[in-house]
Design a protein around this ligand. Sequence first.
Ligand SMILES: Nc1nc(=O)c2c([nH]1)NC[C@@H]1CN(c3ccc(C(=O)N[C@@H](CCC(=O)O)C(=O)O)cc3)C=[N+]21
Length: 287
Amino acid sequence: MPASIIDGRKISAAVREQISKDTADFVAATGVTPHLAAVLVGDDPASQVYVRNKERACEKCGLKSTLHRLPSETTQQQLAELVQQLNADESVHGILVQLPLPEHLDATQILDAIIPAKDVDGFHPENVGLMSQGRPRFLPCTPHGVMKMLEHEGIKTSGRHAVVIGRSDIVGKPMAALLVQKGADATVTICHSRTSDISAIARQADILVAAVGIPEFVKGDMIKPGAVVIDVGINRVDDKLVGDVDYSAACEVASAITPVPGGVGPMTIAMLLQNTLHAAKHQASAL
Ligand SMILES: Nc1nc(=O)c2c([nH]1)NC[C@@H]1CN(c3ccc(C(=O)N[C@@H](CCC(=O)O)C(=O)O)cc3)C=[N+]21
């Protein structure tokens, strides 16, 4: 039987529906509109698309978004100054600096400069620490979106072997942290470029998460029959979007799979909106 397709667009729409209601309630109660400030440096075409998608999603859910476009020659200090200005701006609840930044800029220093209370990406070390201790403030959007999808599909994680391929700070590491935490209770293995025999480990997975950034890295023979496959990859190949999983081969082996596009991507955006609303609620109650 071919795999069932986990429809990220549909699940994301359901999540956004709830966010719209919660946002409307919050606005009615406080008179404050949750506000996301996005910062885009340079003219990377993929980043332009993502940022536009985020703005559109904010608008549809009743959140305010402001895009700050800076030229690719922007200096570290100019970017840091903008972040400071957004930190201090009480009308801004969430700050997102779109990655990747141009080579000459130090992304770590910029992300560390965002005050943790506005860090809706969940990348600040304070928020990473809180997540890893199981007392999250902002969860990183992509791994959180994956957990939401699993929950929505009734896919249990407890006691199951989850294998995460990829160890990035943005996806792989936090994904593993969420899967292993109390409540999710998976047994987690992280694979990376130095792992020997990735195929053998991947084949043990009940839940296989591919976050390597290599088009179609995961072949059919790396998947245990009946496994759930989550494809976090967004690779542009000949103007087409391709995941990290050989989708048609995987469909023959897996019990359920997320497509690309239409899988994890839309969930990432929904979680960003949720974090922005959450940020606004916290900042309003702190006044
Ligand atoms: N500070 C920061 N935070 C991020 O969350 C962040 C980032 N930088 N830099 C880039 C990555 C990538 N990312 C995506 C979000 C949504 C889709 C998405 O909605 N994808 C659609 C297709 C979009 C298309 O057609 O290109 C889909 O998969 O169906 C994709 C990718 C967020 N990122």
